[in-house]
Design a protein around this ligand. Structure first.
Ligand code: PLP
Length: 429
C-alpha cells in the first residue's frame, strides 16, 4: 500500500488550505503521517487517490448511515438537481422532511432547518435563553456541541486530540454564562443550580460521542430531566450525532427520555449539509417570524440537501437497521476485546448501537477524565495498522467509529483481520 498521491496532494494543499484540511479532525496530528485524500466511495468502501480501498468506519463522522451513494439517495438528489439548486423561498420538500423529523421525535411539534450541527446547537441554545429569559447554560466536560464560542470549553475530541484546553479567540465574555459539569454526575449539575438562579438549561450529548463513546450510566438522563423540571430549566439534547443513529427517534427514543429542545445534524442530511432544531409549539413559537428570537439562513432548507435528507431517512426507516447495528456492533466489540486479550493489550471498548470505539486503557471510561487515561501512542500504532490492512478509522483516540447498514460479513472479516494486525503491532511496542 502506498500513499504517494495523497502525500503529494497534502503538500500541495498546505499552500492555500490551513493544514490542507477544512476541519481539524481530519488532520493526522495525533497519529503521525499525512492525511489521506479521498477519491470516491460506494457502499461500505472508501477509496483514496492512490487507489487503496478501505472499509469505512468514519462514514463522514456519522452521516453516511446507509453506506455511501445509496441508489435511492443518489436518484432523489439527481432529480432535485434538475429543478434548481437554491431559491430563497419555501419548497414542498421542506414540509416533507419536517414531518419525518417531527414524527420521529414526539416532543417536537415544529422544526427549523439550518446548515450544520453547529448552527443547530447555537440556535437551540439561543432558543432556550429566549424561552426561559435566563442566560446560563450548563454543559458537560468532554461533550462537543459544535464550534460556537459559548460552548467551546472542555469540548472533547477535536481539542483533546490536539491537546488544546480550549480555543484561542474566544473572549471571556462569550463563555461567562457557560458552566461545566461532569458527565454521569448529577451532583455536579445540582451544585451549579445551588449557586446560580439564572440557568436556562443543560445541554448534553445523550450518548457521549465526542470523547470517544461514553454511555450515560444507570438512570442519569432520566434523573437529570426530572431534576431540571423541578428547577424550570430546559433539557437541550444535542442529538447531532445520535439522532436517527441510536434509533430512528435518536437516543431519546432508546433511553425513554424526552428533551425540551432537540438539535440534529449529520444523518438528517444523509451527507448533505443539514442541521435542525425543534421543540414543542410553546417553545418554537419564540422563533422568528412567529416570535422575537432571530435566526436565519440563506441556504437553509436547501432543496438538494432536503432531497438527500428525505431519501436517506425514508430508506433508513424502511430498513430499520437498529437490531442489525446492535448485532454487528457486538461482534466488533468482541473482536476487539478478544484480540486485545490475546496480545495482552489493555483495552476498554465502549459501544452504543452503531457507535463504538476502543480506548487503550484498562480504566472503565464513563467521563472525559477517564477517557484521557488512554494511551494515544498505542492508538497511533493501531490506527496505521488498521489503515494498512484496509480499514479507514477516524485519526483520533477520542472519536467514535460508525457503522452503516450496508456492512456485510466480508467487511467484518476485513475488520477482524486488521484488528489482529493492529493489536499484534501494539503488543510489540
Ligand atoms: C458533529 C457534532 C456537532 C457539530 O456539527 P457540525 O455539523 O460539525 O457543525 C455538534 N454536536 C455534536 C454532538 C456533534 O457530534
Amino acid at each position: 500500500m502506498n500513499f504517494k498521491k495523497s502525500n503529494k496532494l497534502y503538500k500541495k494543499g498546505l499552500k492555500h488550505l490551513v493544514g490542507a484540511v477544512n476541519s481539524p479532525v481530519r488532520a493526522f496530528s495525533s497519529v503521525g503521517g499525512n492525511p489521506l485524500f479521498i477519491k470516491k466511495a460506494k457502499g461500505t468502501k472508501i477509496t483514496d487517490v492512490d487507489g487503496n480501498e478501505y472499509v469505512d468506519l468514519v462514514l463522514s463522522y456519522g452521516p453516511m448511515i446507509l453506506g455511501h451513494r445509496h441508489k435511492k439517495v443518489q436518484k432523489a438528489v439527481e432529480k432535485a438537481l434538475k429543478n434548481g439548486y437554491s431559491f430563497g423561498a419555501s419548497t414542498e420538500n421542506e414540509i416533507k422532511l419536517a414531518k419525518i423529523v417531527c414524527d420521529a421525535f414526539p416532543e417536537m411539534d415544529k422544526v427549523r432547518f439550518v446548515n450544520s450541527g453547529t448552527e443547530a446547537v447555537l440556535s437551540g441554545i439561543r432558543l432556550a435563553r429566549a424561552f426561559t429569559g435566563k442566560d446560563k447554560i450548563i454543559k458537560f466536560s468532554g461533550c462537543y456541541h459544535g464550534h460556537q464560542d459559548a460552548l467551546l470549553v472542555a469540548a472533547g475530541s477535536g481539542l483533546a486530540t490536539l491537546s488544546l484546553p480550549g480555543s484561542k479567540g474566544v473572549p471571556e465574555g462569550a463563555v461567562k454564562n457557560t458552566l461545566i459539569a461532569e458527565y454521569n454526575n448529577l451532583e455536579s449539575v445540582k451544585k451549579h443550580f445551588a449557586e446560580h438562579d439564572d440557568i436556562a438549561g443543560v445541554i448534553i450529548e445523550p450518548i457521549g460521542g465526542n470523547m470517544g463513546v461514553v454511555i450515560p450510566q444507570d438512570n442519569f438522563l432520566k434523573e437529570l430531566k426530572d431534576y431540571l423540571e423541578t428547577k424550570g430549566a430546559l433539557l437541550i439534547a444535542d442529538e447531532v450525532m445520535t439522532g436517527f443513529r441510536s434509533k430512528f427517534g435518536g437516543a431519546q427514543e432508546l433511553l425513554g427520555v424526552t428533551a425540551d429542545i432537540t438539535c440534529l445534524g449529520k444523518v438528517i442530511g444523509g451527507g448533505f449539509p443539514v442541521g435542525a432544531y425543534g421543540a414543542r409549539n410553546e417553545i418554537m413559537e419564540n422563533v422568528a417570524p412567529l416570535g422575537g428570537m432571530y435566526q436565519a439562513g440563506t441556504l437553509s432548507g436547501n432543496p438538494i440537501a432536503m432531497a438527500g435528507g428525505i431519501s436517506t431517512l425514508t430508506e433508513l426507516k424502511k430498513q430499520n437497521p437498529y437490531e442489525k447495528f446492535e448485532e454487528i456492533g457486538a461482534i466488533i466489540e468482541v473482536i476487539l476485546l478478544e484480540t486485545a486479550k490475546k496480545y495482552n493489550v489493555d483495552l476498554t471498548v465502549n459501544r452504543f448501537g452503531s457507535m463504538l470505539n476502543p480506548f487503550f486503557t484498562k480504566t472503565k471510561v464513563t467521563n472525559f477524565e477517564e477517557a484521557q487515561t488512554s494511551d494515544t501512542e498505542k492508538f497511533a500504532i493501531f490506527f496505521w495498522e488498521m489503515i494498512k490492512n484496509g480499514v479507514f478509522l477516524p485519526p483520533s483516540q477520542f472519536e467514535a467509529w460508525f457503522l452503516s447498514s450496508a456492512l456485510k460479513d466480508k467487511d467484518i472479516k476485513v475488520i477482524a483481520d486488521a484488528v489482529e494486525a493492529g493489536m499484534l503491532a501494539v503488543s510489540k511496542m
